[in-house]
Design a protein around this ligand. Structure first.
Ligand code: SAH
Ligand code: SF4
Ligand code: F3S
Length: 451
């Protein structure tokens, strides 16, 4: 779709704002790289940009509404706006509506079409508004520039889309069907990231453990095979992956947690609810028991693994007793950290039209109780690491002089004071723990392969 607008000057600076999950952040980085290749520079901190990409998230109602207030806020005092592109999952789901409701938006580009952003910018400069929400399966990645920049911890999207159709979720509609990027392309992108400074790579996918491919010898491999190959890159010290679905948790991937030293002892495995009737209504296709059995198998090979998850409270029809089952499951698992959300009805999903929607006040109260339990367990998990010696990948400076911040193998934030640099893998002894971070004491520089 193209509608006329006035021609404007070529943008000199850009800003990409990402609002969603890690894959949305990855897409934001790739869009920034594309714009930089066009000679557009990142806008200095605190200064207006000529071109703003709002990289949106559609997962819950609040996230989706944010885009309109953000568009309004971009209006300058003289009434003009920068060139605005709306990207991400709201663009995919509501592109036409955005174009109608927000004349300041000149480009709408979906998550599978953003490799075309440079052409769309040229169109917008010429005064033509453009929407592209096509879903070509794999062409995007081939059209993106080579990776040249990376911090110590990098994201690498290996799998996109979802075929699971949980009844509350928009992802299968905004991201399309499950696809796996080819093995060789991923090894290549990982090597570029490492050359650019990455020491940790987090493999990303809406269902990352559904990734499958063929290795160099034509053998079928799963995510564990990919991780094994990445572990052979000498300068890469750590590998993580997220988000996994319980149904795709193969024994091969579980075993990888004891076999691949660089695979960090952390597993984000969302369960959503602790009651089988609710799980069935959610179309999760696992039960509480089958989920707990997976965790047992993971703990059997990697007893120190940190477990994480996602929860939804107030799914339509959830009773107090069913919610209490979620609290029971939390007690049984002992998570290290979790995300928890109030159910948000999403137009077009089956759950949105289910009867017995739970009142907001009930959801609020359940969320508070759940978060109290999760916070308690997170604090307990953190406290249990006091006295342990572990590696920390240094990601940035802290607020205090000589202070550094990084992550433990279990994905906790750790701060310490001493000689270090960004990208170092140092060894610290954990001296004390707060609810959200740990204080460490610097020991000797660590061996890159140690956990
Ligand atoms: N693919 C992943 C996560 C996808 S979205 C998985 O299946 O686990 C991230 C999280 O957002 C979900 O795990 C779920 O907890 C939450 N979420 C998704 N849709 C939601 C909705 N309609 N309301 C509230 N939370 C939702
Ligand atoms: Fe959404 Fe379910 Fe797919 Fe996760 S598995 S992205 S929650 S539909
Ligand atoms: Fe949001 Fe899309 Fe990610 S809806 S959570 S940005 S896949």
């Amino acid at each position: 779709m193209q509608t006329p607008s006035s021609p404007v000057a070529n943008p000199k600076t850009y800003r990409v704002k990402s609002f969603g999950c890690q894959m949305n952040v990855y897409d934001g980085e790739r869009m920034a790289e594309l714009l930089a290749e066009q000679g557009i520079a990142p806008a200095p901190e605190g200064e207006d940009a000529d071109l703003v990409v709002l990289n949106t998230c559609h997962i819950r109602e609040k996230a989706a509404e944010k885009v309109y207030s953000d568009i309004g806020r971009l209006k300058r005092d003289d009434g003009t706006s920068p060139l605005i592109a709306v990207a991400g999952c709201v663009a995919q789901a509501e592109g036409e509506e955005i174009m109608t409701r927000a004349p300041a938006v000149k480009m709408v580009v979906g998550p599978q079409a953003y490799h075309r952003l440079p052409q769309m910018v040229a169109e917008a400069v010429a005064g033509r508004r453009a929407t592209d929400t096509d879903m070509p399966a794999e062409t995007k990645f081939d059209a993106l520039p080579r990776r040249r920049r990376s911090g110590p911890s990098a994201f690498l999207t290996v799998q996109e889309g979802c075929d699971k159709f949980c009844t509350y979720c928009v992802v299968p509609y905004t991201r399309g069907a499950e696809i796996s990027r080819p093995y060789a392309a991923l090894i290549d992108e990982a090597k570029r990231l490492v050359e650019a400074g990455a020491r940790e790579i987090t493999l990303l996918g809406q269902n990352v453990n559904a990734w499958s491919g063929e290795d160099a010898k034509g053998r079928a491999v799963g995510l564990d095979g990919l991780a094994r190959e990445l572990a052979a890159i000498p300068e890469l010290a750590r590998i993580r992956y997220t988000t996994s679905h319980p149904n795709d948790m193969t024994q091969g991937l579980i075993d990888a947690h004891s076999e691949i030293a660089k695979l960090m002892p952390f597993l984000h495995l969302p369960v959503q609810a602790g009651n089988d009737r609710v799980l069935k209504a959610m179309n999760r296709s696992h039960t509480v028991e089958s989920y707990l059995k997976i965790l047992d198998r993971v703990r059997a090979v990697r007893p120190d693994i940190a477990l994480s998850g996602d929860f939804i409270v107030g799914f339509p029809g959830e009773t107090e007793a069913e919610f209490a089952d979620t609290l029971k499951l939390v007690d049984a698992v002992g998570y290290s950290q979790c995300y928890s959300f109030k159910y948000s009805p999403r137009a077009g999903t089956p759950a949105a039209t289910m009867g017995d929607q739970v009142p907001a006040a009930v959801m609020d109260e359940r969320l508070q109780r759940l978060q109290a339990a999760l916070n308690r367990d997170q604090a307990a998990f953190n406290a249990a690491t006091v006295g342990k010696t572990c590696t920390v990948l240094v990601e940035r400076r802290g607020k205090l002089p000589g202070q550094w911040l990084g992550k433990s193998p279990w994905l906790q934030s750790v701060h310490f004071i001493g000689e270090a640099a960004i990208g170092d893998l140092v060894t610290v002894e954990i001296a004390s723990a707060g609810p959200n971070s740990l204080a460490g004491v610097l020991k000797v520089p660590a061996d890159a392969s140690a956990a």
